[in-house]
Design a protein around this ligand. Structure first.
Ligand SMILES: Cc1cc2nc3c(=O)[nH]c(=O)nc-3n(C[C@H](O)[C@H](O)[C@H](O)COP(=O)(O)OP(=O)(O)OC[C@H]3O[C@@H](n4cnc5c(N)ncnc54)[C@H](O)[C@@H]3O)c2cc1C
Length: 383
């Protein structure tokens, strides 16, 4: 049985970024995914500029389906718009995007085993052994980038609490490119007001409208109905398929490292509790994981103590911000009507809100900017 330096489980943005970075450092890497690629993944497919910058390579034109420069924001049939002079989000379909990232990992030297499901992991004194649907795999250490239902995470952290999870549903609606151009142009749409603690979205692609609705798990009983209503208001009453998926927000409260193992992306709970962005944090945590493991492998110290540094780096680079995002989510989603009213009266509220979504303004900055101007909001974050 071949012995790799690192096995990366899951070839989403987190796993492929980790595998590519490990291979570029000269490590022997096996990237494993249960699916045959390209595979469908329910997602808005919005890649922010902050996420794009992390990649270190361009997204080809055929994969970057549409570029957004602004956001249409709808609350109880009233619409506000924010437009930027720059591109703020690139729209991708995840089957093509994730396949492209996996190819990048292979180009860098990673081996990619597709259609192989990891069933469990056992740790030895000098290696990890993974039982898979095709046999056994062995490496000196592992990265669990296997999403919210991570098999590897169970050896590292307890399951996420209900209030650390967002429940989402979505549907992909085929549409004519010209019609999408006419109705959306370079805008994405967000709609609130149907449910507490959540929102709906339309992320337009080249010839597809990705509709979705999401809310915190405890408030999510109506997400399917809210999505059906949203689709209906846009004239889509049948002929579509609704699928569901969870988004984990609990990463800043949980451990993401253990003896010979690190968790990255959704497996670690690194998604944004305010608006659900996860691709950016999956990519970055995968990259940090590769750096930490490369050093640990060189020092021959893959102990839990040595790898704790990974948690600290993730927290410093983005975890602290995600905590502020959680605080902001509690305030804004609790009373979206009030927030919308403020944004309508004061365009800088809308502008700064959109800038946080697009990764141009930090959550802490936004919070500290708004607290003295709108003390009611600051107060609501503590009560
Ligand atoms: C409805 C919805 C909309 C979203 N919209 C956006 C958005 O617009 N922008 C954004 O940035 N984020 C968005 N997100 C979040 C984003 O999709 C995730 O945060 C991101 O995909 C996390 O990447 P990852 O690599 O950690 O995991 P994933 O992308 O989930 O990849 C995990 C991989 O692991 C594989 N796997 C799982 N279990 C096993 C196993 N046992 N063995 C082998 N392989 C396994 C899976 O097949 C999968 O390929 C959205 C999420 C949802 C649900």
């Amino acid at each position: 049985m071949a012995m790799y330096d690192v096995i990366v489980v899951g070839a989403g943005p987190g796993g492929s970024s980790a595998a590519r970075a490990c291979a570029k450092k000269g490590l022997t890497v096996l990237l494993i995914d249960q699916a045959e690629f390209p595979r469908y993944k329910l997602c808005g497919g919005g890649v922010t500029e902050a996420a794009r910058r992390l990649l270190g390579f361009n997204i080809p034109k055929e994969i970057a389906e549409r570029e957004a420069r602004g956001m249409r924001f709808i609350h109880e049939n009233v619409s506000l718009e924010f437009k930027s002079s720059r591109r703020v989000v690139t729209m991708v379909m995840r089957d093509a995007f994730d396949n492209f990232l996996a190819e990048k990992a292979v180009d860098a030297g990673a081996e990619f085993a597709q259609g192989e499901r990891v069933l469990g992991m056992k740790k030895g004194s000098n290696c990890v052994e993974l039982a898979t649907s095709k046999g056994m795999r062995k490496a000196r250490c592992a990265i669990g980038a296997d999403g919210i239902t991570s098999v590897l995470a169970s050896s590292v952290r307890p399951p996420f609490h209900r209030d650390e999870i967002g429940a989402t549903v979505g549907a992909e609606i085929p549409a004519k490119e010209k019609e999408i151009d006419r109705e959306f142009g370079d805008m994405v749409e967000i709609e609130t007001g149907m449910l507490g603690f959540g929102y709906g979205w339309i992320f337009p692609k080249r010839r597809t409208l990705s509709f979705g609705y999401g809310a915190y798990l405890d408030n999510s009983a109506g997400v399917r109905g809210a999505l059906i209503g949203y689709l209906g208001r846009h004239g889509f009453r049948s002929g579509y398929k609704i699928t569901g998926h969870m988004i984990p927000f609990g990463g800043t409260m949980k451990r993401c490292w253990g003896n010979r193992i690190l968790l990255a992306g959704d497996a670690a709970g690194f998604a944004d509790p305010f608006h659900g962005e996860g691709i950016r944090y999956a990519i970055r945590s995968g990259q940090i994981a590769s750096e930490v493991l490369a050093t640990a492998l060189e020092d021959s110290d893959l102990s839990e103590k040595s790898l704790a540094h990974y948690g600290a780096r993730c927290y410093d680079e983005f975890g602290r911000e995600l905590k502020w995002a959680r605080r902001l989510a509690r305030v804004v989603y609790r009373d979206f009507g009030l927030f919308f009213h403020l944004a309508k009266k004061n365009p800088s509220v809308l502008e700064n809100y959109c800038k946080t979504i697009f990764g141009e303004l930090g959550y802490k900055e936004f919070f500290l900017w708004s607290a003295p101007r709108f003390p009611m909001f600051a107060l609501k974050s503590v009560v």
